[in-house]
Design a protein around this ligand. Structure first.
Ligand SMILES: Cc1cc2nc3c(=O)[nH]c(=O)nc-3n(C[C@H](O)[C@H](O)[C@H](O)COP(=O)(O)O)c2cc1C
Length: 220
């Protein structure tokens, strides 16, 4: 197993969308999934499961289902990119090209991990506030992030995607998901074509964290 310092892994775990079809050994797949099981969840209920899709026909169909929503999303994104300054625009265009590649090749990733969750087991503590809740997701997505970091350590490329959730009815039938289990993330994983992971581009700490009140600088 490859080891990598934790901060280095977090700093360089980015979306890797160009994946080779070469198979992933069972021992490696088991390790990254075990890392997911170490994540916290409300009441330690672990209200998620993974269906690892390796079947060629099922992956092909997932790829086909992905393309429609991706094309609609990409059209809107590209319109927004036109408004940006040249540097951000070219970064955005590179991302869109990689994402187009994923949309064209999703079905040939060696494994697509379908994360499912049970809404009846989530601890949704803000449900009465009348705004969209993300608290339920906090019992699921830490597991996804653990998996992404473990893939980084193993030299596997991967990307968290959610566009396929819209096709849940067909995917439920295909993967025989029992009610009330539902889908919340689709993570294609595979060995990268090209360099794979690398430094992420994010806002600075000063834009993201405050001291004692909104917008007050936390650090000098
Ligand atoms: C909730 C969520 C949904 C996402 N859905 C998709 C998706 O459907 N397709 C895709 O190519 N990337 C998807 N991504 C990946 C993001 O585009 C990516 O994390 C972001 O652009 C930052 O890129 P970087 O990690 O390479 O820096 C998603 C990420 C998150 C967190």
């Amino acid at each position: 197993m490859a080891d990598i310092a934790l901060y280095e892994a977090m700093r360089t775990t980015r979306a890797v969308r160009r994946l080779r079809p070469d198979p992933i050994p069972d021992a490696v797949l088991r390790r990254v999934i075990e890392a997911a099981t170490w994540a916290p969840s409300g009441g330690n209920r672990q209200p998620w499961r993974i269906v690892a899709v390796r079947d060629a026909e099922k992956k092909r169909r997932l790829g086909e289902l992905y393309r429609g929503p991706w094309e609609r999303y990409a059209r809107a994104q590209r319109r927004q990119l036109e408004q940006l300054a040249p540097e951000s625009r070219s970064r955005g265009e590179r991302m869109m090209q990689a994402a187009d590649y994923l949309a064209a090749h999703l079905g040939t990733a060696p494994v697509i991990l379908v994360f499912c969750f049970n809404p009846e087991l989530l601890m949704i503590t803000d449900i009465s506030l009348g705004r969209p809740s993300v608290v339920g997701g906090a019992s699921v997505y830490p597991a996804v992030q653990n998996l992404l970091l473990a893939c980084r350590a193993e030299g596997l490329g991967c990307v968290l995607t959610t566009l396929l959730c819209i096709s849940e009815p067909e995917i439920r039938t295909m993967l025989e998901l029992p009610e009330p289990w539902a889908t919340c993330a689709f993570v294609p994983i595979g060995y990268p074509i090209g360099s794979g992971h690398g430094p992420v581009s994010r806002k600075p700490v000063a834009d993201m964290a405050y001291l004692d009140r909104w917008d007050a600088p936390l650090f000098e």
